[in-house]
Design a protein around this ligand. Sequence first.
Ligand SMILES: Nc1nc2c(c(=O)[nH]1)N[C@@H](CN(C=O)c1ccc(C(=O)N[C@@H](CCC(=O)O)C(=O)O)cc1)CN2
Ligand SMILES: NCC(=O)N[C@@H]1O[C@H](COP(=O)([O-])[O-])[C@@H](O)[C@H]1O
Length: 295
Amino acid sequence: MESRVLFSSQFNFPVNSPLKNRETSIAPFTLPRNVLSLSFRSSADRFAVRIGPRSFVKAVSFAPKIVAEVDDGSRDEPRRKKLAVFVSGGGSNFRKIHEGCSDGSVNGDVVLLVTNNKDCGGAEYARSNGIPVLVFPKAKREPSDGLSPSELVDVLRKYGVDFVLLAGYLKLIPVELVQAFPKRILNIHPALLPAFGGKGLYGIRVHKAVLESGARYSGPTIHFVDEEYDTGRILAQSAVRVIANDTPEELAKRVLHEEHKLYVEVVAAICEERIKWREDGVPLIQSKENPDEYY
Ligand SMILES: Nc1nc2c(c(=O)[nH]1)N[C@@H](CN(C=O)c1ccc(C(=O)N[C@@H](CCC(=O)O)C(=O)O)cc1)CN2
Ligand SMILES: NCC(=O)N[C@@H]1O[C@H](COP(=O)([O-])[O-])[C@@H](O)[C@H]1O
């Protein structure tokens, strides 16, 4: 069967490129297993195109010089990332992320746990897994315990933290940290922002507000963190049906289940460097299965 292939949308050819609007078929051929991509050198431009099980390229009628890039095993995999997780309570999202790092789902390691409550469940879990626990902000009752904003930034840098993940953390992240880690702090909120977010809306209060509003859907939102509560760029969401006689606790449980799945998926993407920023500032996730697709 003749192998027809069509251009993947990810290549932006120059407007006047001869490649843009002429097409032909190319003789059937199969790529040797270790050939990653083929590049066509035309009189106008040199284009690297990738041909794989599901990605396509459109061959054009010119006399290309095909240069095969061979995978000699030296392809750079994204470096394993260092994560700091911030919690205030039980830390179930933190535990799921940590499990993802251990089972290979996430190309990263949790190197620090930060909390405003050193006796919370998340801190207990961290200590039992050999993860250092830091207190931020300073506790009013024990000002000797805990870090200042500048001390927190210094420690995160000293540990080489790549991304900061808020997971049930109930204090405002200071501007010093937001500015020190631009586009590298994520938060998970248990409702579909921009609705049901902001100061005073956390934990079970969020689910009560959703039920009182009569909303038919809720679900987790993962967003980048800026200086205000819940106003950063939205990266991912998942919808959960609200059932008519739901109690806040029942809705919370259903949303939390979705949070666990969504956060591990998003952290895996950020550790594999699959976050891309659209020209209008909206962050997108590149599909792992089909790199030509974003969501
Ligand atoms: N700079 C930012 N800091 C934080 C953000 C953020 O988006 N930007 N997200 C929050 C998490 N969060 C919602 O997802 C949230 C947490 C807490 C509150 C809140 O009103 N807190 C109370 C204090 C609660 C307490 O001390 O028990 C308050 O500030 O009065 C709103 C939203 C984490 N930080
Ligand atoms: N606005 C912040 C907020 O309400 N965060 C919420 O706190 C819970 C923490 O659970 P966990 O400690 O078991 O991960 C989660 O539902 C998270 O979305």
